[in-house]
Design a protein around this ligand. Structure first.
Ligand code: AMP
Ligand code: MG
Length: 486
């Protein structure tokens, strides 16, 4: 059964997108299909796995009713404004209404050049496609809002990246692909009518509650702000570093999007970065909230004409929202870390304990995920010795533990371990394991990739037979940077 798309984005004016001339993949083959997700979307997995389905998933040929389009957007990349980016290696196949009644975009990434490719080839290669598959599905299992992966398809072509690599296409599912950069494109064009059209589209599709507000643009911005604040707090509680928090990668519906040079930290350090081009630490772990509000202010700039009757009022309002973001972010962040530490009740002193935890982890050079996983075991009545052993300096562990115990006493009784187990994953997609899985896949061996997917589908569950995947990298296995070249 071919998919039935219902694509509202196509009803927007033509300046919002460009039609796509399809590129035929020489020998498309399915690497992996996410059957459970296909079913949730009301898609027929058997059809998707058929030659017709694979032809669609590789962007080669479409069923007669499907007319893909490339979306236009702009963006600040590492702080520099690019007035015209757009889907240079991606396209929207269409929208689907899932079994949950929600509307989703089905997008292909790496399916060939479009009107927005500039000098790029429009292609993607297997390694980054599998990286996005693994990390996006793990994020979903952690409960983090994220785009998801429906399929990875190889094209049978060799594409020049770090040498010749196998070409691949990722089929991505998102609540929509509207970004801060979509609004910025029309501000760059001085096209207020298009901004209004887009804002209304976004309100209808994602934030209908804003329609009822006295000031719908302020309400819209606040909805987006709250989702971003919660999202970044959630990332940070998992040790996640997005790596390219550009405005074109800041999705309006509040999902994590664009898994390029992202990574989960092994050894904790607040200034850790992964992108090979992030020299100033712009997108470091601890700087992510600052960048989120920076990106949100770029969104506010595009909505300025609708944020107040006089420009001064609009600007004053937008400036005051920096504090609103901070308050929202701080509350979300403290709540997550409170639960990670097993504190059941809100109390003064928790922020200080969280800060002391970061200092101790930094000084002790402790693995972030193992620390909280082992702390959960301690709260569950197990021996403290394995926790101490995670610290390069034992006195740091002793001092921290006594402080934590003190705070627990003040916190009172309850099932801490249960709260902690729900917040502290046992398994994360560690970079060295992802690299290992990619190297194997490039050599034709998919088992390590499949194994990671299987284990990470239940990241909070004990899986003793996969205990080695809990371990941080040995010194010679550490991956220092990941690269953008999808
Ligand atoms: P990203 O790094 O995925 O956020 O992409 C940033 C911009 O560069 C987007 O406009 C992409 O479409 C474009 N881009 C990245 N790689 C390619 C490529 N191989 N061919 C064409 N456009 C690309
Ligand atoms: Mg992007």
């Amino acid at each position: 059964m071919t998919p039935r798309f219902d694509t509202t984005y196509r009803q927007l004016p033509e300046v919002f997108y460009a039609p796509v001339d399809l590129t035929r993949a020489p020998l498309p083959a399915l690497v992996r299909l996410n059957r459970a997700l296909a079913e949730q979307l009301g898609l027929d997995p058997e059809w998707l796995a058929s030659s017709e389905g694979i032809a669609m998933l590789s962007g080669s040929t479409m069923p007669p009713s499907v007319e893909p389009l490339a979306m236009v957007y702009a963006g600040h990349q590492f702080g520099h404004f690019n007035p015209r980016l757009g889907d240079g290696r991606a396209m929207l196949l269409g929208e689907l209404v899932g079994r949950d009644g929600e509307r989703y975009d089905l997008h292909l990434k790496g399916s060939g050049p479009t009107a927005f490719s500039r000098r790029g080839d429009g292609k993607a290669v297997l390694g980054p496609v599998l990286r996005e598959y693994i990390v996006s599905e793990a994020m979903h299992a952690f409960g983090v809002p994220t785009t998801r992966t429906l399929a990875a398809v190889s094209t049978g072509e060799r594409v020049l990246r770090n040498g010749l690599e196998p070409g691949a296409v990722l089929a991505r599912v998102a609540r929509s692909h509207v970004r801060v950069g979509t609004f910025q494109y029309f501000l760059g064009q001085d096209d207020t009518a298009a901004i209004d059209r887009l804002a209304n589209y976004v309100i209808d599709r994602h934030y209908p509650e804003a329609r009822e507000a006295e000031q719908p643009y302020r309400a819209l911005w606040t909805c987006v702000m709250e989702r971003q604040a919660d999202l970044v707090a959630h990332w940070m509680a998992l040790g996640f570093i997005h790596g390219v928090m550009n405005t074109d990668n800041t999705q309006i519906a509040g999902e994590t999007i664009d898994y390029g040079p992202c990574a989960f930290m092994d050894t904790f350090h607040p200034a850790k970065v992964f992108s090979s081009i992030d020299h100033g630490g712009r997108y470091a772990w601890g700087n992510q909230p600052n960048i989120a509000i920076w990106n949100l202010l770029r969104l506010a700039e595009t909505l300025l004409h609708g944020l107040g009757t006089r420009k001064e009022d609009a600007i004053a309002w937008a400036e005051a929202q920096v504090d609103a973001f901070r308050a929202r972010f701080d509350a979300a962040f403290t709540n997550r870390f409170r639960r990670k530490l097993g504190l059941l009740r809100e109390a003064d002193g928790h922020d200080a304990l969280v800060d002391a935890t970061f200092s101790a982890l930094t000084e002790g050079e402790v693995d972030f995920t193992l620390f909280f996983r082992t702390l959960t075991q301690v709260a569950d009545g197990q021996d403290e010795a394995p926790l101490r052993e995670l610290f390069a300096k034992r006195p740091v562990a002793d001092m921290w533990l006594s402080r934590w115990r003190q705070q627990l006493k003040a916190d009172g009784d309850g099932d801490r371990a249960e709260v902690m187990r729900a917040e502290n994953p046992i398994f994360i997609p560690r970079n060295h394991r992802i690299e290992e899985a990619i190297a194997a896949a490039n050599a034709g061996e998919l088992a390590p990739f499949e194994r990671l997917l299987e284990v990470l589908a239940k990241p909070f569950s004990e899986q003793p037979e996969h205990a080695e995947l809990e371990r941080p990298p040995a010194p010679d296995e550490i991956v220092h940077q990941t690269f953008c070249g999808t």
